[in-house]
Design a protein around this ligand. Structure first.
Ligand code: URA
Length: 182
């Protein structure tokens, strides 16, 4: 078993896939290591790559607001991504890049042992729930796997482009808040 610090040290030196050659910084993830909720996005964008922190751009600001809307602070939760390095031009991560990187996420989940894992967007839901997951059709229902409740919902970047979807995302967040209490 690694500590989070050891895992991070190892991850920051990772060269398991091609994304290592174009990244500025590895974006390992951050937050409360005793969090009850983990948020898992897709992969770092421009600002995340520059700062080495997850969800610090426009999508991150919306995520912060959504977290605050359920009466939590960013520092209460843990936030990370499926891939820890920015894909060039913000393309979707390729399957082999996700597979190489998922080992880090598995350790993070093991160490944090949250109750709820929120999958932000299709890439996250496909990698964590099932490969055929359709976010537009299947979001909003908890999927229990092992000890964890997975909640697939829209990615905040999608919500920035599609205002109409915010209503559904708000329902999902209310259900997340209710699950915390039961
Ligand atoms: N989008 C993601 O999926 N992750 C981030 O960290 C930022 C934007």
């Amino acid at each position: 078993m690694y500590t989070m610090e050891e895992l991070k040290k190892y991850c920051l030196k990772c060269h398991k896939c091609r994304l290592a050659s174009t990244r500025t910084n590895v974006v390992f993830g951050e937050g409360n290591e005793n969090a009850v909720i983990m948020f898992v996005g897709e992969g770092p964008g421009y600002y995340e790559d520059v700062q080495g922190r997850p969800f610090v751009g426009k999508a991150g600001q919306l995520l912060d607001k959504m977290i605050e809307a359920i009466k939590l602070k960013r520092s209460d939760v843990y936030i990370t991504n499926i891939v820890k390095c920015r894909p060039p031009e913000n393309r979707n991560p390729l399957d082999d890049e996700c597979v190489s990187c998922l080992e880090y996420l598995r350790w993070q989940v093991k160490l944090i042992n949250p109750k709820i894992i929120v999958c932000l967007g299709a890439v996250s839901a496909k990698n964590l729930i099932n490969q055929d997951f359709r976010i537009s059709k299947q979001r909003g229902q908890f999927v229990k796997k092992g000890n964890f409740y997975f909640m697939p919902t829209y990615h905040p970047s999608y919500l920035l482009r599609n205002e109409f979807a915010k209503k559904d995302a708000w329902e999902d967040f209310k259900n997340i808040a209710a699950k915390l209490d039961d």
